[in-house]
Design a protein around this ligand. Structure first.
Ligand code: ADP
Ligand code: GLC
Length: 487
C-alpha cells in the first residue's frame, strides 16, 4: 500500500509530546511490513535547527508554488529528506510566515492564526502529492492539525487523478484539542458552504476541524482501546461523544507502540551505563548519576520518584502539588522535568526550593534528560485526568521504573497495578478517583513495596519483558487501512 502520513509533529525533528513519537516511529514499522510510506510535516524552525545540528542534508523537492484557496494565497515550498534512521521519505512543507516561529504552536504576537496555518498545511499536502507524483492509497491524518484532509478528500479531490483511489484514516491522539475557531474562520478552510452544517465541520456555531475529520474519514482510530470507549461517553467526549457514537461502525482503538530502538535501556546512548531485565547494575548507576545531575544526595534505599511531562491540566498535577511535600517527608526523593502552564511550573519550583535536599525541578524540554530520568528513577508518576494512550508509562516500564498512574485511558490498558496478590502480572501502581489522597496512597504503596527488593525485581521484570513495540499495533493499522480501502 502507498500510505501518506500528514502530521504536525515528528520525533526527533519537532515534537511537543507523544504525537511526535508516534509519527516518528509508526511509519518505520509500516515500512518494515513492506508498505510504501511518505510523511508530510511542516518545515518548522525547530526542524531546520534539528537538521543543521545533525548535519543532515535537506534537498529541495519542488520550488515554492502559490496555493490559492478561498480568499487566501500563500507559497508552499517542498523539501525532501528521510525520516531519521530509516528509508522513509519525509516531505517538509515550507512557508516561513507560518512555520518559522519561536515555538511549534506559538503564533506571531497578536495573530491567532492556528486554523489558517494548518488549513494551509493540509492544502500543501494535497498539492505536494500532486506535484511530486504521490498517489496515495491511504491518506492517514493525525489530530486536528491534519483533520481537514479527509474533508478535502470528500469535497471533490477523489475526482482528481492523484487521489482517485485514495481512502482516508483519521487518528485522534487527543480529543480535547479540536482546532475549533469562530464562524468567520470557516472562510479560511476554502470549503463549499454545504460543509457549514452540523453533520460536517460546524459545531455549535464554531468551525471544528476535529469533527470534520471524524465525520468524513473512511476509518477513525484513537490511540488506545480504553480511550476509544471513554470518549463515546459524555464525561470524556469533549462535546463530540455523540458524533463518535454515530460513527462507531468505523471507529476503533489501536494501542500505541514505542520505538524500541530509541527507547532501549540496553543500548541507550544517553545513559552512563546500560542495563536490561535481570542485569540491573546499570540502573543503579543511572540512579546515582541522575541524583548527581539533580544535585540530590544519592540514597540507594530511598525511592526516587520522577515526572516527565507537559505541565497542563490533562496531566493531573493539581492532584500532586498538594501532597508532594508530604511524600518527600514520608521518605521519597523526587525529580521533575516539565514545561507548560505557570501554575504548575511555579508550584513545582516552589516545592523544590522548600525541599532542596529531596526535590529537584527542571523547567523546560530536554529529551536526553528524559531518557536519564526514565532510567534513573524507581517510580514515575502519571496522575492524568485523562490520557488517550500515554507513552511515558511505557518508556518507564521498559526502563525498569514502576509507573504510578490514574487508571484512565491508555494507562489502564498498559499498567497492571499491584494489589498484594498479583505479583505474576503486576507492573506498577494505580488509583481510580481523581483525588490527592488516592494518589498519595498509590505512591506510598509503591514506596513501601520498594523496600521488598525481591518483589520489586519481579514487578520490574514484568514491565521490562512486556512487548510494547509497534509490531502488533502496526498490523492493526494495516487492517484498518484494509477496511478503509474496502469501504
Ligand atoms: P502527551 O503526548 O500527552 O504529552 P505522551 O505520554 O504520549 O503524552 O508523550 C509525551 C512525550 O513527550 C514523551 O516522549 C515524553 O518523554 C516527552 N516529554 C514530555 N515532556 C517533556 C519534557 N519536558 N522534556 C522532554 N521530553 C518530554
Ligand atoms: C496525545 C496524548 C497521549 C498520547 C499521544 C500519542 O498527545 O495526550 O496520551 O500518547 O497523543 O498518541
Amino acid at each position: 500500500m502507498r500510505i501518506v502520513f500528514a502530521t504536525s509533529e515528528v520525533s526527533p525533528i519537532a515534537k511537543t509530546g507523544g504525537l511526535g513519537d508516534v509519527c516518528g516511529s509508526l511509519p518505520k514499522e509500516l515500512r518494515k511490513l513492506g508498505h510504501d510510506v511518505v510523511v508530510f510535516m511542516p518545515f518548522y524552525r525547530q526542524a531546520r535547527q534539528y537538521f543543521e545540528r545533525e548535519g543532515v542534508a535537506v534537498e529541495s523537492a519542488h520550488p515554492p508554488v502559490p496555493i490559492v484557496w478561498a480568499n487566501w494565497a500563500a507559497q508552499a515550498g517542498f523539501h525532501r529528506t528521510l525520516l531519521p534512521g530509516s528509508d522513509v521519505p519525509l516531505i517538509l512543507v515550507e512557508n516561513d510566515y507560518f512555520f518559522d516561529r519561536e515555538h511549534i504552536y506559538s503564533t506571531h504576537a497578536g495573530a491567532d492564526d492556528f486554523l489558517l496555518r494548518y488549513a494551509f498545511f493540509c492544502r500543501a499536502v494535497v498539492l505536494g502529492c500532486q506535484l511530486l507524483g504521490i498517489e496515495p492509497d491511504i491518506l492517514h491524518a493525525h489530530d486536528w492539525h491534519a483533520a481537514l484532509l479527509p474533508v478535502y478528500l470528500h469535497s471533490g479531490l477523489r475526482g482528481s487523478e492523484t487521489f482517485r483511489a485514495t481512502r482516508s484514516v483519521f487518528t485522534i491522539h487527543n480529543l480535547n484539542y479540536q482546532g475549533a475557531a469562530g464562524p468567520d474562520a470557516f472562510a479560511l478552510t476554502g470549503l463549499h458552504s454545504r460543509y457549514w452544517a452540523g453533520d460536517a465541520v460546524e459545531h455549535f456555531g464554531t468551525v471544528n476541524p476535529m469533527k470534520g475529520g471524524i465525520i468524513f474519514a473512511d476509518q477513525v482510530t484513537t490511540v488506545s482501546p480504553n480511550y476509544a470507549r471513554e470518549i463515546q461517553t459524555p464525561v470524556h467526549g469533549a462535546g463530540l461523544d455523540g458524533v463518535l457514537r454515530a460513527v462507531s461502525y468505523k471507529f476503533s482503538g489501536v494501542l500505541n507502540g514505542i520505538d524500541s530502538d530509541e527507547w532501549d535501556p540496553s543500548s541507550d546512548p544517553h545513559l552512563e551505563a546500560n542495563f536490561e531485565a535481570g542485569k540491573l547494575h546499570g540502573k543503579t548507576v543511572s540512579k546515582r548519576m541522575l541524583a548527581k545531575e539533580a544535585r540530590l544526595k544519592y540514597k540507594a534505599k530511598t525511592p526516587l520518584i520522577g515526572v516527565v511531562s507537559r505541565l497542563v491540566d490533562q496531566k493531573g498535577f493539581q492532584l500532586l502539588l498538594p501532597i508532594l511535600s508530604k511524600l518527600l517527608k514520608a521518605g521519597a526523593q523526587a525529580v521533575v522535568l516539565g514545561s507548560g502552564e505557570n501554575y504548575y511550573e511555579e508550584g513545582f519550583a516552589q516545592i523544590a526550593a522548600q525541599n532542596p535536599e529531596s526535590c529537584s525541578v527542571w523547567l523546560g524540554f530536554d529529551n536526553e534528560l528524559a531518557h536519564r530520568i526514565y532510567a534513573g528513577c524507581d517510580l514515575l508518576l502519571m496522575p492524568s485526568m485523562y490520557e488517550p494512550c500515554g507513552l511515558n508509562q511505557m518508556y518507564a516500564l521498559r526502563y525498569g521504573t514502576l509507573p504510578v498512574v490514574r487508571m484512565t485511558g491508555g494507562l489502564a490498558d498498559t499498567v497492571v497495578p499491584y494489589d498484594g496478590t498479583n505479583r505474576e502480572i503486576a507492573n506498577g501502581f494505580g488509583f481510580v478517583d481523581p483525588a490527592s489522597e488516592d494518589l498519595y496512597f498509590a505512591t506510598w504503596a509503591g514506596m513501601l513495596n520498594y523496600k521488598d527488593s525481591r518483589l520489586w525485581k519481579t514487578l520490574q521484570t514484568n514491565g521490562m519483558q512486556h512487548d510494547f513495540s509497534w509490531s502488533r499495533s502496526a498490523r492493526q493499522y494495516e487492517a484498518t487501512y484494509e477496511r478503509a480501502l474496502k469501504g
